[in-house]
Design a protein around this ligand. Structure first.
Ligand SMILES: Nc1ncnc2c1ncn2[C@@H]1O[C@H](COP(=O)(O)OP(=O)(O)O)[C@@H](O)[C@H]1O
Ligand SMILES: [Mg+2]
Length: 256
């Protein structure tokens, strides 16, 4: 069982899109996959659920796991796709952060709750909110690997340093072995070519995947249609790019 967090404290960099495609693509390769939505915006949940996530009761979402230590078996939902499961989020999740901060086990609520169900899945993919608060820290502490989507246009070295330092601090303080699998360049615009020099600069700080994700309207469309890209537009450039990145990630995990 392998857990991968998709994290970056910036919003709008492609975390949720990446988490959705990874969960689906890895599942399609014959793995049982659990996608955990830790973002109160619940965008990943809305793609995988028929109903709107905000119509769910808080007892049916990850809120209950984190706040009331609810058994995750009662929260995990089947999706339309066999062996692809979801722990949904909803807006109420934003209220959990202060409750976690005030508890001694606040960092470990997610890890503790997953203990009994982990072995049932080949992969757990976690979509994170756009900050490095208690929700993201909970996710990182139960992750083997982290994928960091970066949007070339919004790229900041300070931002990268902050997340790298956070992971480093967790590994030191809690003796975890969270590994950064790589940074994924998203919404790449071929016309405004971000320079090779910029990617080379990034590589000084963290591994950057060979291969990037282009900007394309099919991404937004596929979300509206509640379908992963490989289903909605299987021959599109971005769907193929996400297939390639999935391969790179799975190979990268095997080598570690
Ligand atoms: N490759 C892409 N091309 C075009 N739009 C994209 C792409 N990836 C994501 N988007 C859009 O950009 C917005 C932010 O993406 P999202 O994955 O939700 O980022 P985050 O989870 O980091 O906030 C969404 O509206 C999404 O549909
Ligand atoms: Mg998101």
């Amino acid at each position: 069982m392998t857990t991968i967090s998709v994290a970056n404290q910036k919003g709008g960099v492609g975390k949720t899109t990446t988490a959705i495609q990874l969960a689906y693509n890895i599942n399609q390769k014959g793995n049982s996959v659990l996608l955990i939505d830790l973002d109160p915006q619940a965008n990943a949940s809305s793609v995988f659920l028929d109903a709107s996530p905000n119509s769910l009761k808080t007892e049916e979402t990850v809120y209950a796991i984190l706040k009331d230590k609810e058994d995750p078996k009662r929260i995990i939902k089947k999706t339309k796709w066999e062996n692809l499961y979801l722990i949904p989020s909803s807006l109420a999740l934003s209220e959990v952060e202060p409750l976690l901060t005030g508890n001694v086990d606040g960092f470990f609520r997610l890890q503790d709750s997953l203990e009994d169900v982990r072995s049932e899945f080949d992969f757990i993919i976690i979509d994170n909110p756009p900050n490095l608060g208690m929700l993201t820290l909970n996710a990182l502490l139960c992750s083997d690997f982290v994928v960091i989507p970066l949007q070339a246009a919004k790229f900041s070295l300070d931002g990268i340093r902050t997340i790298l330092e956070t992971i480093d601090t967790l590994n030191k303080k809690f003796r975890t072995k969270i590994k950064i699998l790589g940074a994924l360049m998203t919404m790449y615009d071929d016309r405004t070519t971000i320079s090779k020099a910029m990617i080379e600069e990034m590589k000084k700080y963290l591994p950057v995947f060979d291969g990037y994700i282009s900007r394309s309207v099919v991404v937004e469309e596929s979300h509206l249609m509640k379908e992963p890209l490989s289903l909605y537009a299987p021959k599109s450039k971005v769907a193929l790019q996400y297939q390639t990145i999935t391969e790179i990630i799975l190979n990268g995990i095997q080598k570690r």
